[in-house]
Design a binder for this molecule. Structure first.
Ligand code: NDP
Length: 284
């Protein structure tokens, strides 16, 4: 019989503020269900302490970590290597530490694409993204790299929208376009995937939805929302009323976590366990 060991594999998250981040709950539940001796530590790390936190993780032999607001761009200067899509996005939410080297990945957009693939192939699609912030950037780049024909960015602030459309056009095989967000936005005919990548509808402001004329959304369009809390946003409810297939933000949240675990440990854990924890937390 082998000797018991008492040294868990360590990973976690660096962010501020960290208290409302539910990732530790889904990670620990999934590790436990898989019988893995792995721990996830949710850490409050202000901007000025990021360098120290990264050095600490390496010194303590962590297998990697997530980083969230405000570290997703700043962490780049501490890395030895960047995954190709993270380099295009220009932001990292997952760092893998292997043989003392730090490798940056961005699993947000990959998580969205994994979730999208369950209902539609991104290849050949015309995609409309509402928003041009960090989440929109990751989702737009990964959907473009997954073979979408065009990505149309609709954003309140034109400069940010145009910059993301240019980034897609220049750095991916998809055509990137900007469409101004006029009141009661008309969704272009032939849109295969429509994504709300803004924070509109996020708890506690769940009584609002993006300003879109839903009668212009075709029933064949897959409609996705980045907002995970609540999972059933007004936007998704309106899309479901049109007969559209819908994807909630929980799918993306779970899939980005599954991909991070795979990158850190090489193992697959249960997405159903993670989703169950989130549904309890968000009372889905
Ligand atoms: P950012 O602050 O980087 O971007 C916010 C975006 O929303 C911008 O495009 C902003 O437009 C737009 N926006 C905000 N309020 C309004 C409004 N009232 N009207 C029109 N546009 C608006 O945030 P993130 O991209 O990091 O996050 C966006 C959302 O995605 C958050 O709710 C976050 O919780 C969620 N998220 C979910 C994930 C998941 O796994 N499900 C993963 C990551 C994020 P403008 O440029 O004009 O300011």
């Amino acid at each position: 019989m082998s000797e018991p060991t008492f040294l868990s594999a360590l990973t976690g998250s660096f962010a501020t503020s960290a208290a409302q981040n539910p990732t530790v709950a889904i990670m620990d539940a999934a590790f436990l269900a898989a019988g893995m001796d792995c721990r996830y530590v949710n850490c409050e790390v202000p901007a000025e302490n990021l360098a120290g936190a990264v050095r600490g993780a390496v010194a303590m032999g962590w297998i990697g970590f997530n980083c969230s607001i405000p570290h997703k761009v700043e962490v780049l200067k501490h890395l030895d290597e960047l995954a190709p899509s993270a380099a295009i996005i220009g932001a990292v939410n997952t760092v893998v530490i292997r043989d003392g080297r730090l490798i940056g990945e961005n699993t947000d957009g990959q998580g969205f694409v994994a979730s999208l693939r369950k209902v539609a192939d991104p290849a050949g699609q015309h995609v409309v993204v509402l928003g041009a912030g960090g989440a929109a950037r990751a989702m737009a780049v990964e959907t473009a790299l997954a073979g979408a024909l065009s990505i149309t960015i609709v954003n309140r602030t034109p400069e940010r929208g145009e910059a993301l459309a240019d980034l897609i056009d220049t750095n991916t095989p998809a055509a990137g376009r900007y469409l101004p967000w006029t009141p009661e936005l008309h969704v272009p005919h032939g849109t295969g995937v429509l994504i709300n990548a803004t924070s509109i509808g996020f708890h506690p402001n769940h009584g609002v939805m993006p300003d879109v004329d839903m009668t212009t959304v075709e029933p064949t369009t897959v409609v996705a929302d980045v907002v995970a809390n609540p999972p059933r946003t007004l936007f998704l409810a309106a899309a479901a009323d049109r007969g559209c297939p819908t994807l909630d933000g929980l799918g993306m949240l779970v899939n980005q976590a599954l991909i991070a675990v795979r990158l850190w440990t090489g193992q697959d854990v249960s997405g159903a366990v993670m989703r169950g924890v989130l549904e309890d937390l968000f009372k889905a």
